[in-house]
Structures are given as structure tokens and as C-alpha cells.
Design a protein around this ligand. Structure first.
Ligand code: DAH
Length: 341
């Protein structure tokens, strides 16, 4: 009997248990009702009386060892098994699409505007955000000390009154006219800066799109038709436009551009303050002085120009009621435009 007990004890120690299957085999072999440990207890019947106590203790010892071995191995095997399951990669599973970032609404609208004008022959030009007085003001016919300069509160770079952050993208039309010969048909999107108090309706940084067309015989009709085309392409084909007389130093005549309110379709609502119209930019025929400043002969060439605010147009298109949202980079706001990609 003693030998059998020792033998079972050895077997228990030697059993290899490193998988779930081996664990179950071990349990069946030693611990289950028909296993070797319960069998030892059955054998105890045949042991002579005076030996029973000693043998009983020895068998109990084996049972304890068998159970401890089982419990320990169970913990190890289960941990290994769950790790394997966690690490398991099934190459046949469909791909989980990764999260991609969205585009900013201002970029989306800027590109939509560019596409519309590219289709009718405009190219794209860029200029520096840090400008000199000539390109931002003087060449555009802003006389020195003219109040029109104050219409656009300017940020200066350092103490030099000649170097500014551009207050409008009209500066780019000067650069293009200086460096290219007509015909010129160009669109200049970009960031502009004004020293203004930040509110729901105004910001010190915003974006504009400037348009310029110079050729022989360009008239106000061309300007009006181009703006009408843009308005219908961008806001929908029933959109109407209205040009109100206005003043800009660099255009003569000058106009402010309104479109019929995209929300109430011109009936009058809160957005258009009951008028049925909303303003989206300025426009006009390039002043002959500006052409001359850029070495283009106004007796041969004429042209039109227009400028529109991208934030303003985006706010109208997507019913955004606070311009500051475009600069806060709140992901909850930006996410709403992702499907517009
Ligand atoms: N530069 C003007 C502004 O920032 C917008 C503008 C008006 C541009 C009329 C033009 C134009 O080219 O013809 O307010």
C-alpha cells in the first residue's frame, strides 16, 4: 500500500500540465471519482487495522498535494490561455477602419469655391501674409492718411509702419498684376488679419477669396454674370444676387454683393433680419489708378475684382452662428463637417 501511495505521489509530481487539455487529463487521472486518489481511499479498506491511521494520513497528504498541484496549474493554464486568445490574430477578419481626421470647414468651403472658379478659367495665386504698405494699401489707391485705411484696423510688425499683416487678399491682385501680363484671371484664397475685438460676428483672423479678371473690354456685365454664376453654383440654382452701390478705393464703380437668403429663400427670416438678402462680399471695376500702379495701361485694359469672406459664407451655408467656433478646434464642432469631405 505504502508503495502505491508513493507511486501515485510521484506521478502527481511528474505530470505535465501546461494546456487546458492536460489539466483536464490530470483531473480525470487523479482527482475525479474514478481517479487514482479516490482509489487509494477505497484501498484503505484492505489495510490492517493498526496501519489504517498511518495510511489514511499518507493518503490525505497525497490528496492535498494532488489538489494543490491542480489549483496552481489551473491558474497558470487559464492565464496562458486567455493571453493566447487575446493575442490571437485572425487574418481572415475584415479590416476595422482606422479613425481618420476630418477637414476643417473653412478648407472645405475654400476648396468648393476654388473648384467653381477653376471651372470657368481662373487660376490660383498666393501672396505673403506679411505685407508691405504698397501692396496692402498704396498700390490699391488708399491715399496716405485716408480714412479708408482705418476701415481695416491694421496689425503692424514691430515698429515699422511699412510692414503689416495683410488686412485683405486684395494685396495679391497687386502682386499678380505687377508680375504678369493680361489677360489675367486669378483667384487668391488666404488668411487675413485685422486688429478687431473678437466677438461672435468678428475675429482678428479670418479668410478671404479675392478674384481678379483683367483683359481688353471687360465690363461690369462680366463681373455680374461671374458672381451670379458663383452664387448659383454654391448656394443653389434658384439663388439671386444683388449689387448695392458702395465704396472701395481700388474699384470704381464699387458694389457690395448680396445673395438671396439661403434659409428663407428671400422671404425674410432671422438670419437675413427680415430683408431676404445677406451680404457675402465686395466687388467692382478695378480703378484705372490701380492698373497704372501695376504697369497695366488702363486705356487698353479693364478689369473687375471681387472679395468674399470664407467664414461668412461658411456660416451661411452651414448655419454656424459664432465665428469663434472656427478657431477653437473643438472636435465636436469639427466632426460635423466630416461627411462633406
Ligand atoms: N478687400 C475688400 C475687403 O477686405 C473686399 C473687396 C471688395 C475686394 C471689393 C475686392 C473688391 O477685390 O473689388 O473688405
Amino acid at each position: 500500500m505504502r508503495e502505491t501511495i508513493e507511486k501515485v505521489k510521484e506521478e502527481i509530481k511528474k505530470a505535465s500540465i501546461s494546456t487546458v487539455e492536460q489539466l483536464e487529463e490530470y483531473r480525470l487521472e487523479f482527482l475525479s471519482k474514478k481517479g487514482k486518489v479516490p482509489a487509494l481511499f477505497l484501498d484503505l479498506k484492505n489495510v490492517p487495522g493498526e496501519m489504517k491511521k498511518e495510511m489514511g494520513q499518507a493518503i490525505n497528504e497525497v490528496k492535498k498535494i494532488a489538489q494543490e498541484r491542480f489549483d496552481l496549474a489551473k491558474g497558470e493554464v487559464q492565464e496562458k490561455d486567455s493571453k493566447e486568445k487575446r493575442d490571437f490574430v485572425d487574418p481572415g477578419l475584415p479590416n476595422i477602419p482606422g479613425k481618420v481626421g476630418g477637414r476643417h470647414p473653412i478648407s472645405i468651403v475654400r476648396d468648393k469655391m476654388i473648384k467653381i472658379f477653376e471651372r470657368i478659367g481662373f487660376n490660383i495665386s498666393h501672396g505673403p501674409e506679411i505685407e508691405d504698405d504698397w501692396h496692402n494699401f498704396t498700390a490699391l489707391n488708399f491715399p496716405p492718411d485716408h480714412p479708408a485705411r482705418e476701415m481695416q484696423d491694421t496689425f503692424f510688425i514691430g515698429r515699422d509702419p511699412d510692414i503689416t499683416l495683410r488686412t485683405h487678399t486684395s494685396s495679391v491682385q497687386v502682386r499678380v498684376m505687377e508680375s504678369e501680363k493680361p489677360p489675367i484671371r486669378t483667384l487668391s484664397p488666404g488668411r487675413v488679419f485685422r486688429n478687431e475685438a473678437i466677438s461672435a460676428r468678428a475675429h482678428c483672423i479670418f479668410h478671404q477669396v479675392e478674384g481678379l479678371y483683367i483683359n481688353k473690354g471687360v465690363s461690369f456685365v462680366d463681373l455680374k454674370q461671374t458672381l451670379y454664376h458663383f452664387a448659383r453654383e454654391f448656394f443653389g440654382e434658384n439663388t439671386k444676387i444683388r449689387l448695392r452701390p458702395s465704396f472701395f478705393p481700388f474699384t470704381e464703380p464699387s458694389a457690395e454683393l448680396d445673395v438671396s437668403c439661403p434659409f428663407c429663400k428671400g422671404k425674410g427670416c432671422k438670419i437675413c433680419k427680415g430683408t431676404g438678402w445677406v451680404e457675402i462680399g465686395g466687388a467692382g471695376m478695378v480703378d484705372p489708378r490701380v492698373l497704372r500702379n501695376c504697369n497695366i495701361d488702363p486705356d487698353v485694359y479693364s478689369g473687375y475684382a471681387f472679395g468674399m469672406g470664407i467664414e461668412r459664407i461658411t456660416m451661411l451655408k452651414y448655419q454656424v452662428n459664432d465665428i469663434r467656433l472656427f478657431f477653437e478646434n473643438d472636435i465636436r464642432f469639427l466632426k460635423q463637417f466630416q461627411r462633406e469631405l
